[in-house]
Design a protein around this ligand. Structure first.
Ligand code: ZN
Length: 77
């Protein structure tokens, strides 16, 4: 997993509401919701933590030093 300074996926893809708060103050990592980046960016409502992680990888590609051709090695072997 590549880190871009100032852009960490908060709580490993836990769900945030449209105001960027944890719903009910609880960390929930399953089911639909928004991902939130350390920089404050919120994703759309996404169906799963995996989707939130993909959103965040794309987000880092946009803001970070990596172009879209960069792929995380996570899914490789
Ligand atoms: Zn960010």
């Amino acid at each position: 997993m590549t880190r871009v300074a100032g852009h960490g996926l908060l709580r490993e893809g836990a769900i945030y509401d449209e105001n960027g708060h944890l719903p009910h103050g609880a960390v929930v990592r399953s089911g639909p919701g928004r991902g939130k980046c350390e920089c404050g960016s919120l994703s759309e409502v996404l169906p799963s933590t995996a989707a939130r992680r993909r959103w965040h990888a794309d987000h880092k590609g946009e803001v970070g030093p990596f172009s879209s051709r960069y792929e995380s090695g996570e899914e490789g072997r």
